[in-house]
Design a protein around this ligand. Structure first.
Ligand SMILES: Cc1cc2nc3c(=O)[nH]c(=O)nc-3n(C[C@H](O)[C@H](O)[C@H](O)COP(=O)(O)O)c2cc1C
Length: 364
């Protein structure tokens, strides 16, 4: 068999290369580019002009999920992360979505509010907001360098509708920017995750206490975003076991089963779970059974384990983070069994073109 026909055979027989219908969005394969912060936004937290090249280079992913993008100034906690709340940001994203779509790709924006993972330097000296006044450990990188995170201010009950509105507005802006849909960032210890897990939510009002209350804000946000986009263009990301950003929960299985069932009832198009199969208490296979829509897995997958996850019914789509960061042509490389570029960690969250748009591709 020639190399070309071997590749063609691989392409038709391997699950990762099958096309997939994500609601109204047609994906040319089942490989998703996971959301990745790259800390290269320019003045005004506007996406870097290079981001158009960066995302276009990766348009052979079945679906790209962008780096997390703050829905409001209050939602920011890292320097040089792009927003989706100003006209300049929308205009810059518009160029990126157009470039990806013209190259045949599909792209969702990840909607983000960091909550307590921030610093007063980002907020004219005001405290970051959170469900409860509980300080996370660690430092954030501000314009003046790394600074220890502070004890946040608990959101007043009266402020919560305003947070929902921030997400609604972000969703509207993403629509104006030409995205194919949006992913709500409910993972990795940011605001919605802070509400969901009881280590960071000690509220005693309708937004704290039992899991029904702790997921109230995440579900209100999801309904608001569905109002804008329709349920078949809205996804939600969780990291049920992730300790990142000082997160903990007394019963992750109960908490995330409940959230998954409610999200399933709302009918969102996908649930995206960062839950590496190697981890203790791996929950993804259990949550998969509770969610009727498309299920995306992520966390340390390679070609073989990604194919296996789809073949054995654990996932519909597989998201790849670092492999896509370092390999703009990852689907092609997988199809050819080609070697992968080594990721350069030093340029993950800083710099310009180096480690961003200069990873070599074998094609295109
Ligand atoms: C540089 C970098 C930035 C990331 N930024 C985000 C982000 O903005 N939003 C998010 O949900 N996850 C983020 N993640 C997590 C990735 O989406 C993904 O879960 C992680 O890399 C594990 O997948 P992998 O093993 O395929 O790389 C980031 C990871 C990396 C390496």
């Amino acid at each position: 068999m020639s190399a070309t026909s071997a590749a063609a055979k691989a392409a038709v027989t391997e699950p990762l290369f099958e096309p997939y219908q994500l609601g109204p969005t047609h994906l040319s394969n089942r490989m998703v580019m996971a959301p990745m912060t790259r800390s290269r936004a320019i003045e005004g937290n506007v996406p870097n002009p290079l981001a158009e090249t960066y995302y276009r280079q990766r348009a052979s992913a079945g679906l790209i999920i962008t780096e997390a993008s703050q829905v409001s100034p209050q939602g920011q906690g890292y320097i040089r992360t792009p927003g989706i709340h100003s006209p300049e940001q929308i205009a810059a994203w518009r160029k990126i979505t157009g470039a990806v779509q013209r190259a045949g790709g599909k792209i969702f924006l990840q909607l983000w509010h960091v909550g307590r993972i921030s610093h007063p330097d980002f907020h004219d000296g005001a405290l970051p907001v959170a469900p409860s006044a509980i300080a996370p450990d660690g430092e954030v990188f501000t314009a003046q360098g790394p600074k220890k995170m502070v004890t946040p201010r608990a959101l007043e009950l009266s402020e919560i509708p305003g947070v929902v509105e921030q997400f609604r507005k972000g969703a509207e802006n993403a629509k104006a920017a030409g995205f194919d849909g949006v992913e709500i960032h409910g993972a990795n210890g940011y605001l919605l995750d802070q509400f969901t897990r009881d280590g960071s939510n000690h509220r005693t009002d309708a937004y704290g206490g039992p899991v029904e209350n702790r997921v109230r804000l995440p579900l209100e946000v999801t309904r608001a975003v569905i109002d804008v986009w329709g349920k078949d263009r809205v996804g939600y990301r969780i990291s049920p076991n992730g300790p990142f950003n000082s997160m903990s929960d007394s019963n992750p299985r109960e908490t995330f089963s409940y959230l998954t069932q409610r999200l399933s009832e709302l009918g969102i198009v996908y649930l995206h779970t960062f839950d590496p199969p190697s981890g203790a208490n791996h929950l993804a296979p259990h949550l998969r059974k509770l969610f009727k829509g498309t299920f995306i897995v992520n966390g340390g997958y390679d070609k073989a384990s990604g194919n296996a996850a789809i073949a054995n019914g654990e996932a519909d789509l597989v998201a790849y983070g670092v492999p896509f960061l370092a390999n703009p042509d990852l689907p092609y490389r997988f199809s050819q069994e080609a070697a992968l570029n080594a990721p350069d960690q030093a340029t993950f969250y800083a710099g310009e073109a180096k480690g961003y748009t200069d990873y070599p591709a074998l094609v295109g």
